[in-house]
Design a protein around this ligand. Structure first.
Ligand code: 3PG
Length: 392
């Protein structure tokens, strides 16, 4: 097994450096809602420029299914990237072919190029060798700085690294360092908080967490599915019918592993005409209601558990945090974790980070991962396919 090369191991002088970033940021009405991933990519770009290389940025954006679609163009990221890098970005309308050749033939040291969305070609998601070859054609070095996309065995993550001298960027280095440091041998007791709407993509993660955690706190739609599996009436609340059996199995396994699964006991519900005044209801009193957030008792129980933990790992909001007042439990959790000076706190996932970043005073987390699916995937195996391929 090879040691993974870092930015500091390369001579970039006069080299065109293909840099895989994850510029897949949330956008609404042409406005970028969270720039974390763009900001995290700046140190790598700056370092390549400082060492007289030319960054040629590649990324995916959304899921355009292998077809060109302007709705998914990376052009809309140029302004933000340029603002944070303090440099003009040369945008190329394709990521392979003659347009790329022309752009890169003319490019000078000190300039930065951004190529169009990789996923306009099906070869990207199929990990196609020829597509990877096309991508690599006009560049000298490949740097993967897209931790949050490295759970995907796609051409720009996997096959490309077999064609060029390859290594990782500074953001990737930071992610691997911090996740290893805090979570490989965590300070115990370890508590995990898993929320969000769906548990479908979190099953192996939860199965892994129950072997390592003293407490597993559940919120959001995930908690609803567990409550439903225990035959509670959850009214009109969202849950996953297909996961009910899994929820039962997980609870049995958790008991065998001495892990306590903590389910909510009260909720903030939707009541017509009362969207501003919060209605809180106990689990046993739920009738035809729709759960939108946890209630104050459940939030208090969570804070007590946190008080008795040394490490917290958190992924997924506790309620429908995009809409006030159903962001209360998630915001309270943010502030509470933030107030604990000696607690090791790691959070990841697009929604979780967006919720944390909404509050500028939240700055005491030990580490915030840029990964969504990648963060969950890392927690399952303590590595990612995009990291492993660089060791081969
Ligand atoms: C993410 O947002 O988690 C990454 O950009 C990966 O996106 P994907 O789930 O569309 O592969």
């Amino acid at each position: 097994m090879k040691k993974i090369k870092k930015i500091s191991d390369f001579n970039f002088n006069s080299k065109k450096v293909l840099v895989r970033l994850d510029l897949n940021v949330p956008i609404k009405n042409k406005k970028i809602l969270d720039e974390t991933r763009i900001i995290s990519s700046i140190p790598t770009l700056k370092e390549i420029i400082r060492k007289k290389g030319v960054p040629v940025i590649i990324s995916h954006f959304g899921r355009p299914n292998g077809k060109k679609n302007n709705l998914f163009s990376l052009k809309k990221i140029c302004a933000s990237l340029s603002k944070h890098l303090k440099k003009k970005i040369i945008f190329c309308n394709n990521c392979i072919g003659i347009e790329v050749k022309r752009t890169l033939d003319d490019v000078k040291i000190g300039e930065v190029v951004l190529l169009e969305n990789l996923r306009f070609h099906s070869g990207e998601t199929n990990n196609n060798k020829n597509f990877a070859k096309e991508l690599s054609k006009y560049c000298d070095i490949y740097i993967n700085d897209a931790f949050s996309a490295s759970h995907r065995k796609h051409a720009s993550i996997d096959n490309i690294s077999k064609l060029l001298p390859s290594g990782i960027g500074k953001n990737m280095e930071k992610e691997i360092f911090n996740l290893n440091k805090f979570l490989k041998n965590p300070k115990k007791p370890l508590t995990a908080i898993v929320g969000g709407a769906k548990m479908q993509n979190k099953i192996s993660l939860i199965n892994n967490l129950i072997k390592r955690c003293k407490y597993l706190i559940l919120g959001g739609g995930v908690a609803n599915t567990f409550l439903k599996s225990n035959k509670f009436n959850i009214g009109k609340s969202i849950y996953e019918k297909k996961q009910l059996k899994n929820a039962i199995k997980i609870q049995k396994k958790a008991k065998e592993n001495n892990c306590f699964i903590v389910l909510p006991e009260d909720f903030t519900i939707l009541e017509k005409g009362r969207s501003k005044n919060i209605s809180i209801i106990k689990l046993n009193n739920l009738k035809n209601h729709q759960i939108l957030d946890l209630g104050s008792l459940s939030t208090w129980v969570i804070s007590e558990i946190i008080n008795n933990s040394k490490t917290i790992v958190w992924s997924g909001p506790l309620g429908y945090f995009e809409k006030k007042p159903y962001d209360r439990a998630t915001n309270k959790l943010c502030s509470f974790i933030n107030s604990k000076k000696n607690l090791i706190s790691i959070a990841g996932g697009g929604d979780t980070i967006a919720a944390i970043n909404k509050n500028k005073k939240i700055n005491n987390f030990s580490f915030l991962s840029t990964g969504g699916g990648a963060f969950l995937h890392w927690l399952e195996n303590y590595t990612l396919p995009g990291i492993e391929v660089l060791k081969k």
